[in-house]
Design a protein. Structure first.
Length: 308
């Protein structure tokens, strides 16, 4: 690594805690650490990890403490990253309690399935260079990255239906995670295919992460607007009502289904009669035009007495 590349590498790396410290200050000042506790914990974890790994890298110290601290930090960051996904989901569906509860249950099962997949991959992978527990952490990180990409795509396509403004903090957090996850997955694919190697892979990765940090800093500094109350919210409201009806069905003796059935039967009876009435009216009109206006008039015959 040349001297210029080394300086650029260190500059990109040192920029992490600088921007992260600004995010922590803004979140504490605006009270966002109570609204997004997992995201706040993720930023704190990254700061602690930098405080351990960077000095060890500078002094070329590769002891057990640094090694295991790095991987413990990676595991905690993956856990916080998955929790951030749930926080953004809850923030999006804050007005729809039934959809929010359903999403919470689905996220719990998704986390369990993700851990099972990571365990199976770590056990089934026979590698002498990478231990099983490290393989499990790497697999979990990639699963979280894929979910984060799906999260930001979901918000990009369905934000208008949920009344979510693109200036809200939840949208900005999802945008930062999703964009960085997409870049990291592309870099991993390029590294597996031997299309890109160090140090450029690490520099592109750190540059993408700095961009995400700047996005988070901007959204934390910006005031979040109120939710949009538009006609597009009718669709999620119907989803909310359908889930509520399925979760809390009406009792059998309720009068509402009886009245609905009466209205349906009344409409079904009137529907076939309309063409028949129209046909009779058209037949009467045609006969009137064919026979003339005085064809149906009958003048009575009055007998006349001729004998006077």
């Amino acid at each position: 690594m040349s001297e210029k590349i080394r300086i650029l590498y260190y500059a990109l790396w040192i920029a992490h805690p600088v921007i992260q410290s600004g995010i922590v200050v803004l979140m504490l000042w605006r009270g966002l650490h109570r609204k997004f506790p997992f995201f706040f914990g993720y930023i704190i974890t990254q700061l602690v990890s930098f405080g351990i790994v960077f000095p060890a890298y500078i002094h070329s110290y590769t002891g057990y403490f640094t090694f295991y601290s790095y991987w413990v930090g990676q595991a905690i960051s993956a856990a916080f990253g998955f929790g951030v996904i749930h926080e953004v989901f809850v923030d999006v569906f804050r007005s729809f309690h039934t959809l929010r509860d359903l999403g919470t249950v689905l996220f719990k099962w998704a986390g369990l399935v993700m851990l099972l997949v990571a365990g199976v991959v770590s056990v089934s992978t026979n590698s002498m260079d990478v231990p099983a527990w490290m393989q499990a952490i790497i697999t979990t990180q990639r699963c979280v990255r894929i979910i984060q990409v799906g999260m930001v795509l979901f918000l990009l396509f369905f934000a208008q239906y949920m009344g979510v403004s693109r200036r809200q903090q939840g949208f900005g957090i999802a945008l930062g995670f999703g964009s960085f996850a997409m870049v990291e997955l592309i870099l991993v694919a390029s590294w597996v295919g031997n299309h890109l190697g160090n140090p450029w892979m690490s520099m592109v990765n750190m540059g993408a992460y700095n961009s995400s940090l700047l996005v988070w800093f901007g959204y934390c500094a910006m005031k979040s607007p109120a939710r949009e109350a538009s006609q597009t919210l009718l669709r999620p409201q119907r989803w909310e009502q359908s889930l509520s009806d399925a979760h809390h069905p009406l009792p059998a003796d309720s009068l509402i289904p009886m009245f609905e059935g009466m209205v349906d039967r009344a409409l079904s009876r009137r529907a076939p009669e309309m063409p028949l009435v129209r046909e009779q009216r058209e037949t009467s009109t045609s006969r009137w035009e064919a026979e003339g206006p005085l064809s149906g008039l009958r003048i009575p015959v009055v007998p006349i007495n001729t004998k006077l």
